[in-house]
Design a protein around this ligand. Structure first.
Ligand SMILES: [Mg+2]
Length: 225
């Protein structure tokens, strides 16, 4: 066997990406609860990406409260809560639905005694929802950016995963859909990066990648043999 560990990205890799037309509808609903324009809300939502994904806010509710303050909007606590809940429910629905072949492939990897890790750029909602997903029991280690305060492609976030797993980066395959320059970041610490590009899925701008590419997670099984 070439590798002893596979480390996965979450969104756009194991479950669908949040980004896309549906997400914009959700952001629009959030804006309307706060009685602010979608455009303005969208702008501040983007502007707070870094803080949201590195633990700068303890919760999405805190993020929403911050945005209200920036707007000078006196939002009732109920409205802040309801706004955060809209996004939480959407995110939860996405996280609870792994793509079709994901559970089968992860079980197969486990049956081959491979270790399985997760490195995700995400908000504080993801680690809260994670234990309820069917993915959780299949993972040996998880590293959520909002919990550790570091975003991919910072080398330290990948090395946190390998330290926790007790493996060397060189023995790891890293699989992701190429958000946040994650493939180059993993390769830089010595992992072998694999791009997953599922046909027909809408996606945001991805990194340029000329390395190994798979069109479904099932194709990964041939790479670990
Ligand atoms: Mg991704």
């Amino acid at each position: 066997m070439n590798y002893e560990t596979v480390i996965f990205d979450l969104f756009g890799t194991l479950v669908n990406d949040l980004a896309g037309p549906e997400y914009e509808v959700i952001l629009g609903q959030m804006a309307s609860v706060l009685r602010v324009s979608y455009r303005d809300f969208r702008q501040l939502w983007s502007d707070t990406y870094y803080e949201r994904n590195t633990g700068g806010f303890n919760s999405i509710e805190d993020n929403v409260a911050y945005i209200c303050k920036e707007f000078g909007v006196q939002a009732e606590q109920d409205d802040t809560k309801r706004t955060a809940q809209i996004r939480h429910d959407f995110k939860r629905s996405v996280m609870l639905k792994p793509r079709t072949d994901v559970l089968e492939v992860l079980s197969n990897l486990k049956s081959q005694d491979l270790k399985i890790g997760l490195v995700s750029n995400c908000t504080p909602a993801a680690p809260v929802i994670w234990p309820d997903t069917p993915l959780a029991s299949l993972f040996d280690v998880t590293v959520f950016s909002s919990s550790v305060g570091i975003l991919k492609p910072d080398p330290r976030i990948y090395l946190l995963a390998t330290e926790r797993l007790g493996v060397q980066p060189e023995d790891c395959l890293y699989v992701g859909n190429g958000g946040s320059q994650e493939l180059a970041g993993a390769a830089k610490v010595g992992m072998t990066s694999v791009l997953i590009r599922v046909p027909g899925k809408y996606s945001v701008v991805r990194e340029e990648w000329n390395g190994p590419t798979i069109a479904s997670l099932t194709e990964l099984l041939a790479l670990v043999e």
